[in-house]
Design a protein around this ligand. Structure first.
Ligand code: NA7
Length: 296
C-alpha cells in the first residue's frame, strides 16, 4: 500500500517510522520540514506539499488540534482537493467530535473514505509500536486498513460505524487520565504529610488496588515531580478536556469532574508555562499543601 503521513511531531514521528520499518512505501510531510529528515533517513520519501503526500491509497494525519486539521484539509492543495476518489484518510489527531463528524461528510462528498483513528499512548509507545488504536467509521474500510493500524499498536478497536465515536472514546480516556492524575497527586500529598514517601505509596497502590498502566506511568511521573521536558505537552491535554466539555455541553451531559480538572490544567498553564508535561497537573496538590520538591 502507498501511504502518506502528515504531521511528524512527537507522536507522528514514531508512528510513521513504524510504517516505514514494516516495509511500506511511505511519503511524509511536516509543516516544519526538518522534522521529516530522520524519516527520510529511515527510507521514507519526502513530500514538499500536503498534496504530494496524498497521492497514494491512504493518508494518515497526526497534528496538534482542530485548527491544524482544518489547515491540512482545505485549500487548493489540501487533502480534500488532493486525495484521489476511493482513497482513505485516517485522522489520528485528537480533534473535536464535531470536526470529525464534519470531515466524514466532506470526504463522502468527494468520494473519499474516512476513518477517525485516534490513539492512546505517549511518544515512547508510538516509537515502540505499543499504542492502543481506536477506529471509527465504515466497517469494510476498517477491515482493509486494520493490518496497517496493527503496525502502530498492540490493540486495534473498531469502536463503531460513525468516525466521531472513536473521537468520543479518545476524549473519554484522556478525561479519565486527568482524573487519575488529580487523585494520585492529592493522595501523594496527603500521604507525604504523614511521612509516607510518594514512591512508596505508588508502589503499594499500583501493585494492589490500582494495578493499571495509567497509575504506573503517571504515578512514577508525579511521585518524582519531573514534568520537563514535556512528552505530552500541557496545552494539548488542556485542549482535550476543553473538547470533551464542549461536546458534553452540546449533548447536555454534565461532567463536574471534567470541569474541575480543566481548571487545574489552566492553573498549570498559567503558573508553569506551556512547555511542560500535562502530568504537572498531578503535582499541583503538593504545591497546594506547601510541600517542596526534594532537593529544592
Ligand atoms: P506535537 O509534538 O506538538 O506535534 C504537533 C504536530 O502538528 C507537528 O507535526 C506540527 O507541525 C503539526 N501542526 C501544528 N499546527 C499545524 C498547522 N496549523 N498546520 C500543519 N501542521 C500543524 O504534538 P503530538 O505529536 O504530541 O500530538 C499530536 C496529536 O496527538 C494531538 O492531537 C495530541 O492531542 C495527540 P510543526 O512541526 O509544528 O510544523
Amino acid at each position: 500500500m502507498r501511504i502518506g503521513f502528515i504531521g511528524l511531531g512527537r507522536m507522528g514521528a514514531g508512528m510513521a517510522a513504524n510504517l516505514v520499518r514494516t516495509g511500506n512505501e511511505v511519503t511524509v510531510f511536516n509543516r516544519t520540514e526538518a522534522k521529516a529528515d530522520p524519516l527520510v533517513k529511515l527510507g521514507a520519501r519526502r513530500a514538499r506539499s500536503i498534496a504530494e503526500a496524498c497521492h497514494g491509497d491512504l493518508v494518515f494525519t497526526m497534528v496538534a488540534n482542530d485548527e491544524a486539521a482544518r489547515d491540512l484539509l482545505f485549500g487548493h492543495e489540501g487533502i480534500l482537493a488532493s486525495l484521489p476518489r476511493g482513497s482513505t484518510h485516517c485522522s489520528s489527531s485528537t480533534i473535536s467530535v464535531a470536526l470529525s463528524r464534519h470531515m466524514a461528510d466532506l470526504h463522502r462528498d468527494e468520494g473519499q473514505r474516512y476513518l477517525a483513528t485516534p490513539v492512546f499512548g505517549r511518544p515512547e509507545a508510538a516509537e515502540a509500536a505499543q499504542l492502543q488504536v481506536l477506529a471509527g467509521g465504515d466497517v469494510d474500510v476498517f477491515a482493509q486498513v486494520k493490518p496497517l493500524l496493527a503496525v502502530l499498536g498492540q490493540h486495534v478497536f473498531h469502536v463503531g460505524p460513525r468516525p466521531e465515536m472513536a473521537n468520543a472514546v479518545k476524549l473519554s480516556g484522556n478525561f479519565m487520565i486527568c482524573a487519575a492524575m488529580e487523585a494520585l497527586g492529592e493522595a501523594m500529598a496527603f500521604a507525604s504529610r504523614h511521612g509516607v514517601e510518594p514512591e512508596a505509596l505508588t508502589e503499594i497502590l499500583t501493585t494492589t488496588l490500582f494495578n493499571a498502566p495509567i497509575y504506573h506511568t503517571y504515578g512514577a511521573l508525579i511521585a518524582s515531580r519531573s514534568f520537563r521536558p514535556a512528552k505530552f505537552a500541557a496545552p494539548l491535554g488542556t485542549k482535550d478536556i476543553r473538547l470533551l466539555l464542549e461536546a458534553a455541553g452540546a449533548e447536555r451531559v454534565p461532567m463536574p469532574l471534567a470541569s474541575l480538572v480543566h481548571d487545574r490544567q489552566l492553573r498549570v498553564l498559567a503558573t508553569q508555562g506551556e512547555d511542560i508535561d500535562w502530568s504537572a497537573l498531578g503535582g499541583l496538590a503538593f504545591d497546594d499543601a506547601g510541600i517542596a520538591p526534594k532537593g529544592a
